[in-house]
Design a protein around this ligand. Structure first.
Ligand code: URA
Ligand code: CA
Length: 443
């Protein structure tokens, strides 16, 4: 087989065989196929697309390119969840304990974050003592005994995706549905998921700006799941404002705990109930979506999700008392309100730009080597649809440095992330559609 023939075939709009895709992906992973050939191929895919079968073959080739987690010793359906591109996305911290409490095993390997705020693993480190490096044996044992473990990703998972994603980033080939779909699904399959729930963000802050494109991406991922025997459900959700109120690591942990206690922001709670219900249903713990939803609600109301979080924290060496005593979490020294300059009704909040501001404040990493300040971040005081009067706080900065020029710059950036309207603004819709193997259901 020759790489150039495979590139030409895709350039001419033909369909690649599983063997050709395997040759390409394994050759690229081993460094035998150079970046320039892989770029040409990615551009051909960008223009000519891939069939559902090719996309599934690409997914499995990438999933096989490195280490794969073996969760088969854990009884039950292991359901994983993934959000495509959220800012300050706290759902994993809530959903893990919530669905584990409902009886669905959660064996989660998470990453550290780059950009915006930290990843789930960084956030968990805000819980004093929490250990994120467990041996594989201890990880599996913990899921078998308490139903949930969250650890840092170790080893060499989906190296093909890492290389290809980095290459796409600099060759104008990120926005290709088969390439995004296979990238996301390969990582979930390599980490051992039997079933997958996807939160596909749509709107200004997301990869897919239009609802139609988001549905196409969701369909492509559900199709892959169908082809490779991992049932997949995708929920299309709004990204026209950040989810919840907190952006920043310890602030989001606090918000996650509040939400598990039924005292969180309404949108975050609703999204977790929707995603949680789909996870519970795929995990076989409810016969219908409505039954699964009722079970998820009960886990919140009866505090069983909170109990499960305490068990998780204690099992991984952390101080479970912090779940009830939030003052034990890292807190920033200064809380500075960002005041509105005019009256108006909030019409849009740029999640991406707030994410960047939080990163500049120290909540995220610009490079892998940066150190995060777990305490700092932003807490929103207003959401889309809220009326604001001049002088009222839009948000609150949580900072560990008292430098007027820096504070002023951050304040300015946060103000600019808000857009206002003189007229009533409808509350943004949270869930637009649900895509399953049965088809697309508009909500
Ligand atoms: N997220 C991924 O993991 N891969 C993509 O290609 C795009 C978004
Ligand atoms: Ca948040």
């Amino acid at each position: 087989m020759r790489t150039v023939d495979i590139i030409q075939k895709k350039r001419d709009g033909e369909t690649l065989s599983a063997d050709e895709i395997e040759f390409l992906i394994q050759g690229y992973t081993r460094g035998e196929i150079p970046d320039y050939q892989m770029s040409a191929w990615a551009m051909a895919v960008y223009f000519n697309g891939m069939t559902a079968k090719e996309t599934a073959d690409l997914t499995m080739a990438m999933a096989r390119s490195g280490d794969q987690a073996d969760l088969s010793s854990i009884p039950g359906v292991k359901v994983d969840k993934h959000s495509t591109g959220g800012v300050g996305d706290t759902t994993t911290l809530i959903l893990g304990p919530l669905v584990a409490a409902a009886g669905v095993p959660v064996a989660k390997m998470s990453g550290r974050g780059l950009g915006h705020t930290g990843g789930t693993i960084d956030k968990l480190e805000a819980l004093p003592g929490f250990e994120i490096e467990l041996t594989k044996e201890r990880f599996l044992e913990q899921v078998k005994s308490i139903g949930v473990s969250v650890i840092g990703q170790s080893g060499n998972m989906t190296p093909a995706d890492k290389k290809l994603y980095a290459l796409r980033d600099v060759t104008g080939t990120v926005e290709s549905i088969p390439l995004i779909a296979s990238s996301v699904m390969s990582k979930k399959i390599a980490s051992g998921a039997d079933a997958i729930v996807l939160d596909v963000k749509t709107g200004s802050g997301a990869f897919m700006k239009s609802l139609n494109e988001s549905i196409q991406l969701a369909k492509a991922m559900v199709d892959i799941g169908e082809q490779v025997g991992r049932e997949t459900v995708a929920v299309i959700t709004n990204m026209d404002e950040p989810l919840g109120l907190a952006i920043g690591n310890a602030l989001e942990v606090r918000e996650a705990i509040d939400t598990l206690k039924g005292q969180g922001p309404e949108d975050l709670q609703e999204l977790c109930l929707v995603l949680g219900a789909h996870m519970i249903q795929l995990g076989g713990k409810a016969a219908s979506y409505d039954e699964a939803r009722a079970l998820a609600e009960r886990m919140l109301q009866e505090g069983l999700g909170t109990e499960k979080l305490k068990q998780l924290v204690a099992a991984q060496g952390g101080d479970a008392a912090a779940v009830d005593r939030l003052e034990l979490l890292p807190a920033a020294e200064y809380q500075i309100p960002v005041l509105a300059l005019d009256d108006g009704i909030v019409s849009h909040i740029d999640a991406e730009s707030l994410g960047i501001t939080a990163m500049m404040m120290g909540a995220g990493r610009a490079t892998k080597e940066d150190k995060i300040d777990l305490a700092v971040g932003i807490v929103l005081k207003k959401k889309v649809g809220d009326r604001v009067e001049a002088g009222e706080p839009l948000a609150e900065l949580h900072l560990n440095r008292n430098e007027p020029m820096f504070t002023e710059e951050m304040t300015q950036q946060i103000r600019e992330a808000f857009a206002f309207s003189a007229d009533e603004v409808p509350r943004t819709k949270l869930v637009y559609a649900v895509v399953t193997k049965q088809g697309v259901q508009m909500v």
